[in-house]
Write a protein of this length. Structure first.
Length: 258
């Protein structure tokens, strides 16, 4: 007699379990930070991360100076993470201890509210994934990172996961657009841009804000009276992904100062 075939509900439940908070943190510890696979985090894992970062940065070549810098960074990072998570003070951080530290310092908080040690932890990992050091993790880099850490028999699964991340980023950008678009007409006009800037940054001359706004606009923007969501998304991509200081998105969040 054949066994019961898994229903759609079973599949969805399994997916929810796979992406539960506990499972996500377990994954981070096991596959991303426990480099020597001994079941816990310790100083050796962070020294291994230093070597890995230096090798990745040099595309296989190792610069002794950079390796020394990474060792210093990771040593300091380990000490900070230990203060947060090593409850037993035994030089080892178990998965449960790491979860406890994340719950205590990160859960329910925006990224800016994370402790510096956790932010440095995340930024170090980003740099190891961003192989070409352009400040953007593209699909190929995401694939490479996944394939080197986990068993994958279908690259489509990895691509789908990457696209889920992009969709989350799109939702974040759309939510930000809606907060600026005060009258909800689908266009960010000068007055709304001014209001958003004034509530976030110190401004002693409104002309500077107006100039920053006008710098964003192209001819089509001027005809329609401001920035649509599609245009805002385009400028957001310029802001994050464009290295040219003259790119059209640099003033998206207002006039910046050094």
């Amino acid at each position: 007699m054949c066994g019961r075939q898994p229903s759609q509900g079973d599949t969805q439940k399994k997916a929810r379990m796979a992406y539960s908070w506990d499972n996500r943190v377990d994954f981070v510890v096991r596959f991303m930070y426990d480099i020597d696979n001994n079941g816990f985090l310790d100083d050796n894992d962070f020294q291994c991360m230093a070597v890995r970062a230096a090798v990745i940065e040099g595309k296989g070549n190792v610069n002794d100076g950079r390796l020394g810098e990474y060792r210093h960074i990771m040593k300091s990072l380990w000490e900070e993470i230990s203060d947060l998570a090593d409850d037993g003070k035994d030089g080892k951080i178990s998965t449960e201890e790491f979860k406890g530290a994340v719950k205590k310092t990160c859960v329910g908080k925006p990224y800016d509210g994370f402790p510096q040690a956790m932010k440095a932890f995340i930024e170090a990992n980003f740099k190891m994934i961003d192989l070409n050091s352009d400040g953007v993790i593209n699909l190929e880099e995401y694939r490479y990172n996944c394939i080197t850490r986990i068993a994958v028999d279908d690259i489509k699964v990895v691509d789908e996961a990457y696209n889920r991340l992009l969709n989350a980023m799109k939702a974040f950008i759309e939510a930000n657009f809606k907060m600026i678009d005060l009258n909800s007409d689908g266009v960010i006009n000068l007055e709304e841009y001014r209001y958003n800037c004034i509530t976030r940054i110190a401004v002693d001359d409104i002309k500077v804000v107006d100039e920053a706004y006008n710098r964003l606009l192209n001819d089509d923007d001027r005809k329609r009276g401001g920035l649509t969501l599609a245009r805002y998304q385009e400028l957001y991509s310029h802001y994050l992904g464009g290295t040219d200081e003259k790119n059209p998105g640099v003033t998206l969040f207002g006039p910046l100062t050094n």
